[in-house]
Design a protein around this ligand. Structure first.
Ligand code: ATR
Length: 274
């Protein structure tokens, strides 16, 4: 490899399915950056050793995916505010002696909603489904858009309550509830549960949706998820998580390379490759 070419990668287990190499290759081509971006399979008990080997080989940065986002937060020597809030890291930057950890997932979600779906979150009633890692990562960026209300609904009420407590000082009108207690309608509904992975659906009342609702599932696939089908059937505009995936990558690319790639064409390209 030419010394000019900066190496990056995505670390996960499994990793073969990752679309990040294709996305970053498209960004690099578009912005004329000399970089390569590969997949890196880390053993389940060997995340830190894998990162150490990558740094020793000259790697400049890495995205981190399932199941290592918490390990990455623990390993980073510095954490951005949004990584601290999420207590999860999906973007590592390696510079002399330091490992900077950031989390671009929530920013990717918000950028997809605001820039791609042209939906302004400010002043809106927002419903976030789920209270796990994906939901936690979305909290600070969603609150940063100044919604009128942010309700977190989760199967396990205590986890939603803990999330509300954790972010109570961040402004916005935060509350937690169970699915059965939901009282709609909402302008924006974000599915951050992992239910779609098993083709399941959080038990939502249809009243959370209207024809003005944007319903976004963080999951994506060739076909709409059950959540998207349910939302569409009740009049909402449904959107999957592919835009979020491309936007979180763009945010990571900007951190590493100092240039922000255009995402529209890359999103189209990724859509046609599903
Ligand atoms: P991730 O990192 O993807 O967020 P996670 O931290 O394991 O994964 O969180 C998964 C989330 O999906 C949780 O909010 C979980 O609800 P519980 O806290 O009650 O476990 C939610 N979830 C998973 N399967 C679900 C289902 N079938 N219906 C509703 N919620 C579900």
């Amino acid at each position: 490899m030419s010394p000019k070419i900066a190496p990056y990668c995505v670390i996960g287990n499994p990793i073969a399915h990752s679309k990040s190499p294709a996305i970053h290759a498209a960004f690099a081509l578009q912005t004329g950056q000399d970089m390569v971006y590969e997949r890196c399979l880390a053993p389940l008990d060997g995340f830190a050793a894998t990162v150490a080997a990558l740094i020793a080989s000259g790697c400049r940065g890495a995205n981190v995916t399932v199941p290592f986002k918490l390990d990455a937060a623990a390993l980073a020597t510095t954490l951005s505010a949004r990584a601290q809030a999420a207590w999860a890291v999906n973007t590592l930057s390696f510079t002399e002696g330091a490992i900077a950890g950031d989390n671009t997932d929530g920013a990717g979600l918000v950028n997809d909603i605001v820039r791609n779906a042209l939906f302004s979150i400010a002043g809106k009633r927002v419903l976030l489904l789920g209270a796990g890692g994906a939901a936690r990562g979305a909290m600070l960026p969603l609150l940063g858009e100044s919604p009128a209300q942010l309700v977190i609904a989760n199967r396990t009420r205590a986890t939603a309550d803990a999330l509300v407590q954790h972010f109570a000082g961040q402004g916005g009108l935060l509350s937690a509830c169970e699915f059965a207690d939901l009282d709609g309608p909402f302008d924006l509904v974000v599915n951050a549960t992992s239910a779609s992975l098993s083709a399941a659906m959080p038990p939502l009342p249809a009243t959370v949706f209207t024809s003005a609702t944007l319903a976004l599932d963080m999951m994506y696939g060739k076909e709409p998820t059950v959540f998207m089908d349910f939302a569409s059937a009740h009049g909402a505009t449904a959107r999957d998580g592919l835009g979020m995936l491309v936007e979180q990558a763009a945010e990571a690319f900007a951190i590493w390379r100092g240039v922000r790639p255009e995402t529209a064409m890359v999103l189209e390209q990724m859509r046609s490759s599903l």
